[in-house]
Ligand binder design. Structure first.
Ligand SMILES: [Zn+2]
Length: 810
């Protein structure tokens, strides 16, 4: 165990540091039962993204806040003079929770300092600690027991111990204690550890005097993460008194059923429970007692599986409800933001415990983007914060303010928005790096002497690129989300075996400066049904929940959504459906919205969707009425009968909107005569623009025919590349089929290429409106030639059916 001086020097150098969840060679006690370790915030530089925008607003707020106002009630509580203007809201001098925000502020300042190296945050935090130490030193003078530090009198503790009415005194003390620990660990403030140790001794004194029954009864009142912060203090100092005090806060009424895997959360205040469970997991990390781990694992499985909305949040009116009640619990007070702050904290600790479980980080991503990122007001320069995120149809987000709110979620919001670098990367204590989140950033991995730069515009596009600077032999494990069916991986531009969604793709090699890893993550349009009503669904693109925009329209019922009408727009991740615009929920602010929809059943497509013989008319010979439109085009002699003649300058055929909408399997089969072979011309191209489409070109820039389908522009294409270009000057039969994830390209009745990882189908594209023969979504050349006997199916043709068309000439 090093001296505190060397410990702090290490922590500020950005190396392997004594963070609680880091490999803590330098800490008094290493964590037990973990196999992944965090990098310090100092090692991760965030590059421009929605997260840095949020963080910047919160950082402005932290620097704006007046320390004297945040210390006003602390000073008064011990008889020190204060002329500061009292805060309002939950920090008013008469509110029983007063003081909690000052604790959050300490944590936020420490995190902001570690994330940015801006000493203004540390200076401000140091000043707070100095005054808090003064207040603590006056405990006896003020008539309190030694070590007591609070903005309210110690009589509140008498009241909670004797079961008289009081809000949540230990909840508030936990925030102050956690803030002090963060100031010590992240900002190197030694005085903060001294003050914290004094508070911990006071907590022990208060609870040593109680019987087990008295303590357990007291735990019915919300107490934050007292067991967590005291366990963390034990790990940092090695003083077993802190562990014993932590265990005073093991709440049997909650822990016992969870240890048995029983969901008895109904009607319990949600955010009261989550921090207890984080504490349990930390107690496992400190003691190795697996019962603590099982409590945490079971709780996480129960909450994420049976109490969680599509945005990743939980609770209605702050309470857990009966398992799987989701559609029946949509209100203006759903999804308290603190709960997700704490669920993310728990999830991160569970990842450290078992990094092989990829679903931990799938949930983390879901809740991070759709709840945490979604709950800060972008029009406020100070990062005002939601308390609840309403999930009733027609709900609207409302926010905190500078000095007259100070709700719990305002406090956890300060913390959430100052630590976005903490869960992108982890390591295994040796030579393995985990890449968990797709957030643009630069990691300095000092133990290996390398930096890893991640460039991505995710979630606008489903792709990310890692670039290594420095050299060495190590393993990179990149998370392949469960939603990313069809993900593709390249190392230095060379395609690797298709990675399996819901796992980590492993790349072990000797790296050189400039080496790259590219991961393509197809973001399919899907819907997440509510556990209790399969017709109530949220719309998602990849992991991103879309919110429908309803302006000032205060809906009285769930809006109806026909999935067949979902149409992509030119804006990434933005759709329309029945006149309503849908966009990522994290961007929805300042108007009423709906996350959940009443989804109507879509009429299934006929197996044989449309057939255009083009024998002098553009009618659909199936009788389905899918009449085509010729634009600047006429008829010529065909392969059988007549055909459409295309002039190569502005002629094309337009098919009805949404003609293959909803189809998973499909086939397009046709005859084409290419009179002039031009790169990037189109046989067909169905889409809504360059972002969302599927096409067949006679010749790509690679020199061969190509089918491609994408929901993320050219970078997100899934392709079937033929071995050669389509021939020119002769009638050629071509067909593309898809069944399951298998796509096959046929030329003149024979298979020429296939892709068995074709996860996108027409149904992934939504309601395509530009369904063209002979014309591209891009400004590519038009087709010069003729088209005949065009057939569309919502099933895959068999090889013999395709060869039959070729043989018969129809
Ligand atoms: Zn809250």
């Amino acid at each position: 165990m090093p001296t505190r001086r060397t410990l702090l020097a290490t922590s500020l150098a950005g190396g392997i540091v004594p963070f609680l969840d880091v490999s803590v060679a330098a800490a008094a006690r290493p964590d037990t039962g973990v196999s992944a370790y965090a990098f310090p915030l100092t090692a991760v530089q965030l590059l421009t993204s929605p997260f840095t925008a949020n963080a910047g607003r919160t950082q402005s707020y932290l620097l704006f806040l007046d320390n004297d106002r945040m210390l006003h009630t602390f000073r008064l509580n011990v008889g020190l003079a204060s002329s500061a203007t009292p805060c309002g809201g939950w920090e008013s001098p008469t509110t029983e929770l007063r003081g909690h925000s000052t604790g959050h502020l300490l944590s936020a300042l420490a995190q902001a300092y570690a994330s940015t190296a801006n000493t203004a945050f540390k200076t401000k935090g140091d000043q707070l600690v100095t005054v808090l130490a003064q207040c603590q030193a006056r405990a006896a003078t003020a008539g309190y027991n030694t070590g007591y530090l609070s903005a309210f009198p110690e009589s509140f503790i008498d009241r909670v111990e004797t079961r008289q009415s009081v809000w949540a005194p230990y909840y508030t003390l936990h925030k102050i204690m956690a803030g002090l620990l963060d100031m010590y660990l992240l900002a190197g403030n030694a005085q903060a550890l001294t003050v914290l140790t004094g508070m911990a001794a006071w907590v022990k004194f208060r609870n040593d005097r109680l019987t087990l029954t008295q303590r357990q009864n007291m735990l019915d009142t919300e107490f934050g993460g007292m067991n967590e912060v005291l366990t963390n203090l034990y790990q940092v100092t090695g003083d077993a008194n802190h562990l014993a005090t932590a265990q005073y806060f093991d709440h049997a009424e909650i822990f016992d059923p969870l240890a048995a895997g029983v969901d008895s959360l109904n009607n319990y205040h949600a955010n009261t429970q989550i921090p207890k469970i984080i504490g349990a997991l930390r107690e496992y990390h400190a003691t190795g007692t697996t019962r603590y781990r099982d409590i945490a694992v079971n709780f996480w499985d129960i909450v994420t599986g049976h109490h969680t909305y599509a945005i990743g949040g939980n609770s209605n009116g702050e309470y857990f409800k009966a398992p799987d009640r989701i559609a029946s619990e949509l209100s203006d007070t759903t999804a308290e933001c603190c709960n997700t702050y704490n669920m993310l904290k728990l999830t991160r600790q569970l990842f450290l415990t078992n990094p092989a479980r990829a679903d931990y980080m799938d949930f983390y991503e879901k809740a991070l983007y759709n709840h945490t990122l979604a709950s800060q007001d972008p029009s406020s320069t100070h990062g005002f914060q939601c308390y609840y995120v309403p999930l009733r149809a027609g709900g609207i987000k409302t926010y905190s303010n500078d000095y007259n709110s100070f709700v719990c979620c305002h406090g956890t919001g300060m913390e959430s928005n100052t630590k976005y670098g903490d869960t992108i990367y982890f390591h295994d204590g040796g030579s393995t790096l985990y890449v968990n989140l797709f957030i643009p950033s630069v990691l300095t991995w000092s133990a290996r002497g390398v930096t890893i730069r991640q460039d991505t515009t995710f979630p606008d596009a489903g792709a990310t690129k890692l670039t290594v600077t420095g050299a060495g032999t190590f393993t990179v494990k990149v998370r392949v989300p469960a939603w990313a069916t069809g993900a593709q991986l390249k190392v230095n531009g060379t395609a690797q075996a298709a990675p399996q969604p819901g796992t980590y793709a492993t790349i072990a090699r000797t790296w050189a400066s400039g080496d790259t890893v590219e991961l393509t993550l197809p973001m399919a349009l899907t819907r997440e049904p509510a556990n209790d009503n399969s017709t109530v669904q949220a719309v998602k693109v990849g992991p991103i929940v879309l919110g429908g925009l309803f302006g000032t329209n205060n809906l009285t019922a769930l809006p109806v959504l026909d999935p067949a009408t979902l149409t992509a727009t030119a804006t990434p991740l933005q759709y329309t459906a029945s006149g309503v615009t849908l966009q990522p929920f994290y961007k929805v602010h300042g108007q009423r919205y709906s996350v959940y929809w009443s989804v109507t059943a879509t009429q299934p497509l006929p197996a044989f969707v449309a057939y255009y013989p083009f024998d002098g008319a553009a009618t659909d010979a199936t009788g389905n009425g899918k009449t085509a439109t010729l634009v600047n085009a006429g008829y010529t002699t065909g392969r059988s009968g007549s055909a459409v003649s295309l002039n190569g300058s502005n002629g094309y055929v337009s098919l009805p909107a949404g003609i293959l909408n909803g189809a998973s399997a499909f086939s397009i089969a046709l005859w084409v005569r290419i009179d002039s072979l031009v790169t990037w011309a189109r046989v067909f191209d169905f889409g809504t623009g360059t972002g969302v489409n599927m096409f067949l070109t006679p010749r790509s820039s690679g020199g061969t025919a190509r089918f491609a389908i994408t929901t993320g522009g050219s970078g997100g294409e899934q392709r079937i590349d033929a071995p050669a270009a389509l021939p020119a000057g002769a009638w050629t039969h071509v067909a593309v089929t898809r069944s399951g994830n298998l796509g096959i390209l046929y030329v003149n009745g024979a298979e020429v290429a296939r892709n068995s990882a074709l996860t996108l189908g027409p149904g992934s594209l939504g309601n395509t409106t530009q369904n063209w023969l002979g014309r591209s979504q891009y400004a590519d050349p038009y087709l010069t030639g003729a088209l005949d006997s065009v057939r569309l199916y919502s099933r895959a043709l068999s090889a013999s059916e395709v060869s039959g068309f070729f043989t018969s000439g129809t």
